[in-house]
Design a protein. Structure first.
Length: 51
């Protein structure tokens, strides 16, 4: 999922609305697991978001 989020970023998307169930558990999972993977992938690729 982290790679998919980066694809959206590369396309110029700067806001994602997520729908999760159960909401609190999934939000915590996203922030704990997916977001760090995205940061790591961005860093590894030396990715620079579009301005």
């Amino acid at each position: 999922m982290a790679e998919r989020v980066l694809e959206f970023e590369r396309a110029g998307v700067d806001l994602l609305l997520l729908r999760c169930s159960p909401q609190i558990d999934e939000r915590e999972h996203f922030s704990r697991v997916v977001m760090p993977r995205g940061r790591d992938a961005r860093h590894a690729a030396r990715y620079v978001p579009a301005a």
